[in-house]
Design a protein around this ligand. Sequence first.
Ligand code: P6P
Length: 282
Amino acid sequence: MSTGRIFGAVAAIAGEIRAGFTDRRQAEGANPTGDEQLAADVRADRLLAEELLAIESVAGYASEEREDVLDGGAGEYHVACDPLDGSSNLASNNPAGTIVGVYDRRPPAPGESLVAAGYVLYGPVTTMVVAEEGEEVTEYLIEDGERTVLKEDVRLPAEPTVYGIGGRAPDWPDSVAAYVERLEEKRLKLRYGGAMVADVNQVLAHGGVFGYPMLEGRPEGKLRAVFEALPMAYILEAAGGASSSGTESLLAAAPERLHERTPVFLGNADLIEALEATVEGR
Ligand code: P6P
């Protein structure tokens, strides 16, 4: 059974998730990692859980919005979602997304156990980018629950032009501050919008680097390994790019806790190599 059925199901409900934004931008509480949880987060999570657990090959559904994994059938795929990444952007009518990781074992699971990953971007139009084991990366337009191929064999442009590094500059360690200076010297343009999916999609389209780094007093950074960092690293590496926790590929990571956080850097391989050299003081 291929993982295509999983991404077809996500495409089928993407419009319904997006339709729920209009009157669900109010806070409803907090998620397991303490982030503010909007009504739109809760609805997206519920729609994804229902749709994905109905697939025979899906053994379980894990989500940034839920404490524990929801068990499904006796399938081979374990799905982990950030149902509405960047939901805090809804208040200012800025883009958000859905991240989907497909692991071959129950999460928390190592990056090497990913067999597919994809994201939906709720931008001016709704698009989906999918990387499946052994396949090229494909970008789709989503309309009325159907996918239309926009671009096959999506690959990072060779010449990087944009960068976005999250967190507050005064909280960056000196190595990250020095790295940002080098990016500016390379005349990369700052593109940071506060939603990982949208910011990484800019890197995939224009070449460059996205990061949410280790911070003073918060060495693990902000982004969740299982739901955000590892699936997005899988996609960027499949598109000819690279990823790093600051010291090694994020696909070499082996999270021990479901909601564990990790520093994240994703983008052109030469920029990721420069990041690791700067962090290691080389
Ligand atoms: P900050 C959204 O809340 C998110 O999890 C990612 O999508 C995004 O990259 C990051 O946090 C933004 O964090 O601190 O810039 O608001």
